[in-house]
Design a protein around this ligand. Structure first.
Ligand code: FAD
Length: 454
């Protein structure tokens, strides 16, 4: 294996800083530490592994020419270069393993084009997702997919670091064909080039942690805006809740988000709109107003109750989505810092698998998200459990796999190890093409660690 590039030695660092003159540079102080971190503290082993990792210089790029200059200088000085959006990644994606430069692209916030006929949007990477939706809403459009960190996360960070979120029940995973239509990418070379990638070529940079190109413009489809309603339902037990969820998501109802939280986990989360503590297991939904009648009727038939209905837009205070996806784990850890999580695609039917895992691994608290996968609704599990060390985690993953569960390990550092576990040749080829000196986010693309930097 090729070793990671080393941080710059003090003299090389001074030469780089000298050449960066005129740019928005931070080369000391607490901000250097802050801008080298993300939200990987959800994972105790990542917290441990990344403790000492930090940038030697942070540069904030305010325009395209500044981006180009930084890319060229990093190449000339052989400085590791890690991109950063809002720093909300939960896998340590934007934490530099080899020092060097952290390049903050969050000031690049222009909406470049919105096609009025198709709703296809092209925007700079630093656009905050909520800001994009604020621009889209008066045009009758909305982002198809967004993470629970919608208020803060950037478009570039979501494409390079995210995977799914609100909307995944209708639109699938971010990586599914049709969710990313094109990219403009800047190479890291002596004379950096801008490349225009169509949807097929862009796929290799989707969820590649910024290891194989600097995203400078992103083209995604949007959906017609809908007056989604936040709904909270209490159900007497898990079979009733999961049965209702499965009935709702195979019925002729428009639902954009559906999460299941078992009662003991829901009890750890902050109260939404002053709701009382859960009486049973909970479902959290974004649903179309026309679906409310059938949802209430189907819930009542299973002994359930609709506790809350309010519009999603405009967003105010704590949002329902901020109790879902990785926010569930975030809040649970605030209540009990020993807790952590796993991400797993569960086989159908799900109830026997959950029962078998509960028997094998006591202490799992179930949080499930309903997503569309291969055209069908499926459950993604984000179980929360007390951290008991690496061996216990390996045992849990092994047990899950024996029950037909596809595990995505959120305690792993590389694109591959937190994903499907296999090297994607297209990702590695894109790195060779756009980053021949292997300077981008070193150590995060396992397939590229075999290459010799040029
Ligand atoms: C509480 C919580 C909830 C979350 N919920 C979800 C969720 O529902 N769904 C989901 O998918 N994720 C979720 N995440 C993960 C994360 O918030 C999202 O993926 C988010 O979109 C990342 O955006 P960001 O701007 O913060 O990116 P960052 O964290 O800054 O960066 C993410 C990755 O993108 C790279 N990157 C950033 N900008 C560029 C660029 N211009 N060019 C190339 N690479 C770049 C970085 O190097 C890094 O590898 C959650 C995280 C937390 C902590």
């Amino acid at each position: 294996m090729t070793p990671l590039p080393q941080p710059l030695d003090p003299e090389a660092l001074q030469r780089l800083i000298h050449d960066l003159e005129g740019l928005d540079v931070l080369d000391g102080g607490p901000a250097l530490h802050e801008l080298s971190r993300d939200q990987h503290h959800l994972s105790p082993p990542l917290e441990e592994a990344l403790r000492g990792c930090r940038a030697q210089v942070v540069v904030r790029a305010h325009d395209r020419e500044q981006l180009r200059r930084v890319a060229a200088l990093c190449h000339r000085h052989r400085a590791p270069l890690t991109l950063r959006g809002a720093g909300t990644g939960n896998h340590g994606q934007c934490v530099p393993l080899s020092g060097g430069v952290v390049l903050d692209t969050s000031p690049l916030q222009r909406l470049l084009h919105l096609d009025p006929a198709t709703g296809v949007l092209t925007a700079e990477p630093g656009c905050r997702l909520l800001d994009l939706d604020r621009l889209l809403q008066p045009q009758g459009r909305a982002l198809r997919l967004s993470p629970s960190t919608w208020r803060t996360a950037t478009l570039g960070g979501y494409i390079a670091g995210g995977s799914s979120g609100v909307g995944s029940l209708r639109w699938g995973l971010l990586r599914d064909a049709g969710n990313l239509l094109g990219l403009e990418v800047l190479t890291v070379e002596a004379d950096p080039r801008w490349m225009q990638l169509d949807a097929a070529a862009a796929a290799a940079l989707n969820h590649a942690y910024g290891c194989n190109g600097i995203l400078t413009a992103i083209t995604v489809p949007t959906a017609p805006w809908q007056p989604w309603q936040e709904l909270v339902l209490d159900l007497p037990d898990r079979p009733a809740a999961l049965g209702l969820a499965e009935a709702l998501t195979t019925a002729a109802l428009e639902i954009d988000q559906l999460a299941f939280l078992e009662r003991d986990l829901a009890a750890l989360l902050p109260s939404l709109a002053g709701l009382p503590p859960p009486q049973g297991d909970r479902l959290l939904l974004h649903a179309d107003p026309a679906a409310l009648g059938p949802i209430s009727a189907l819930a009542q038939a299973r002994g359930g109750r609709l506790l809350l209905q309010r519009p999603c837009w405009p967003p105010r205070g704590l949002l329902l989505r901020e109790l879902c996806w990785n926010h569930t784990t975030l809040h649970a850890r605030a209540a009990d810092p020993r807790l952590t999580y796993l991400i797993a695609l569960l086989p159908d039917p799900v109830e026997p698998v959950l029962a078998a895992l509960a028997a094998a691994e006591p202490g799992l608290l179930w949080h499930l998200e309903r997503v569309r996968q291969g055209g069908c609704p499926r459950w993604v599990g984000l179980p929360v459990f007390p951290w008991r060390g690496d061996d216990a985690l390996a045992g849990l993953i092994d047990t899950c796999r024996r029950h037909g569960v596809l595990v995505f390990n959120p305690h792993a550092l590389t694109v591959e190890d937190s994903g499907l576990g296999v090297i994607d040749a297209a990702q590695v080829d894109a790195k060779r093409a756009h980053d021949p000196a292997a300077l981008l986010n070193p150590g995060k693309l396992r397939g590229a660690l075999r290459d010799t930097p040029g």
